[in-house]
Design a protein around this ligand. Structure first.
Ligand code: GLY
Ligand code: MN
Ligand code: MN
Length: 493
């Protein structure tokens, strides 16, 4: 049915392009050399499940569903992005799936024992021709290290007595999961789980179903990165820095924000990053004051400052790096003054970082520098006003999510975090006009070590003189010329 509607509309290429799975599945003609070799291994995913099981309370089960697919347009879907918790514990990247991890060994009616089950999309050559290859049971076993893998179609009749568990540890379900044509899609899996577990509507009164514990356990595990995760994050961060550097060397006032976004993302893809961890933020001048500006519609960035907050996602791990640069290659006196305050605030925060230090100490250190700097310039009168021009927090964990799970209390060795102070002075602000439309954020990614930190994003310059020097350099992307558009000659275009 779905297939025939798609044929009717002739959308085959678009559908295939947008819905292909993020991790490459080998095609019949592919050799090992055609695929990246640095994905997380099944040993990683198995190790994460063991670590989880060790922390789960007695007689409990953890329930993790895939993220839903999402409509982009008519019958075209957004590129699918797996629920990071599902990916972390299984390596499975496809939708319409369910992972159950049990604290203790379970036994089926034939006496076989298991302590984890993964329900996956059933192989279906017709559907795969449209929406991409599926791993199926054998592929999922191989990817996840889980031996008890079944088709999602089997969940309905699968015999699990959820009533015997003291805790059912679950994440909140998305409210608007679509019911597709398939009878074993995510909608059905959630419905069947609710029926089997007799999940009450009013969960607050039912402490057996525990969402708080889900967040606590996943945050506790995911906030400390393993060696494999640190390797992937290093790559994501280095790639993002290369994007920043090539753009600094190439940027000129006639470029558009979109074009600059394209250059960053071109460099990411050149280095094998599948996507970005969040919509790229390319804000020239006043647009830099919009913290999560993603339209990137300004056609000429002009001689303003350019704020570029861009993070490559490499094999499921995202960087988050911001550089703010003068498009004409030289910071004006006012731009320099504001930039230096943000830089000093970042340095002050860096100095506090080490295993055992507090997030709040780093935040306070940065805030104090910004407040004192703005008071000195007469932009604010009192420290309490600092939030007017520095309205966000200092940083966050990065990992599979750009704002990654974490407890945000004490910093520990092998956490990977951002430190990102900023000052944003929109037009019309209650201060001297000369400061208007200056927006600066400097965002770096750091690995916390026993005695301090490692600056993973050191590849892209942060100091004023180093940025000015980088802008003078030639890029391989410099002066690339594309033929003008024929349709661009029409009046009014
Ligand atoms: N790029 C989003 C953030 O910096 O948090
Ligand atoms: Mn950030
Ligand atoms: Mn950012």
């Amino acid at each position: 049915m779905l297939t025939s509607i798609k044929s009717l509309l002739g959308l085959s290429t678009i559908t295939l392009m947008l819905s292909v799975s993020l991790i490459a599945q080998p095609a019949p003609g592919d050799t090992e050399d055609d695929l990246p070799k640095d994905y997380l291994t099944k040993d990683f995913h198995t190790g994460r499940r063991i670590a989880l099981r060790n922390q789960m309370p007695d007689n409990s089960v953890m329930v993790i569903f895939a993220f839903p697919t999402r409509t982009y347009s008519n019958d075209v879907e957004y590129l699918y992005h797996q629920n990071p918790d599902m990916y972390y514990f299984s390596g499975y990247k496809e939708p319409h799936s369910l992972l159950l991890v049990f604290k203790e060994e379970q036994h089926d009616s034939l006496g076989n024992s298991y302590n984890e089950i993964l329900f996956v999309q059933k192989r279906n050559p017709k559907a795969e021709q449209w929406t991409g290859r599926r791993l199926g049971i054998d592929g999922a076993k191989n990817r996840s290290g889980i031996q008890t893998v079944y088709n999602a179609t089997d969940f309905k009749n699968f015999n699990i007595d959820f009533s015997k568990f003291s805790k059912i540890i679950y994440d909140r379900f998305p409210a608007d999961v679509p019911d597709g044509f398939d009878s074993a899609d995510l909608f059905d899996l959630i419905k069947q789980f609710k029926e089997k577990s007799e999940m009450p509507e009013q969960l607050k009164e039912q402490k057996r179903f525990d969402n708080r514990l889900f967040i606590e356990l996943t945050a506790g595990l995911r906030e400390i990165k393993t060696a494999e995760e640190i390797d992937l994050l290093r790559k994501a961060v280095e790639i993002s820095c290369h994007g920043q550097n090539e753009v600094m060397k190439t940027v000129h006032p006639n470029m558009s924000e979109l074009e600059i976004q394209g250059l960053h993302e071109f460099v990411h893809k050149k280095h094998g990053a599948e996507g970005v961890g969040y919509g790229s933020i390319i804000g020239a001048g006043e647009n830099g004051c919009i913290l999560h500006y993603m339209e990137n519609t300004k056609t000429k960035v002009g001689n303003s400052m350019l704020l570029m907050d861009v993070g490559a996602e490499y094999h499921g791990y995202t960087a988050d790096v911001t550089r703010t640069v003068p498009v004409d290659g030289k910071f004006s006196q006012e731009e320099k003054t504001i930039y230096q305050i943000v830089y000093d605030a970042q340095e002050a925060a860096f100095k506090t970082l080490k295993n055992g230090s507090k997030w709040s100490d780093a935040s306070q250190a940065a805030k104090d520098v910004i407040a004192e700097g703005l008071i000195k310039l007469g932009i604010i009168k009192y420290k309490s006003e600092v939030g007017k021009y520095y309205p966000h927090g200092l940083g966050h964990h990065i990992g599979m999510d750009v704002h990654d799970r974490g407890n945000y209390g004490t910093l520990k060795k092998d956490m990977v975090i951002t430190i990102e102070p900023g000052i944003y002075i929109p037009e019309g602000s209650d201060c001297d006009k000369k400061w208007w439309s200056i927006a600066v954020r400097i965002e770096d990614d750091l690995l916390i070590t026993q005695t301090g930190y490692e600056l993973l994003s050191h590849f892209a310059p942060r100091k004023i003189e180093d940025i000015e020097k980088m802008i003078k350099e030639k890029s391989v992307l410099d002066n690339y010329k594309l033929p003008p558009l024929e349709s661009g000659k029409k009046k009014g275009f």
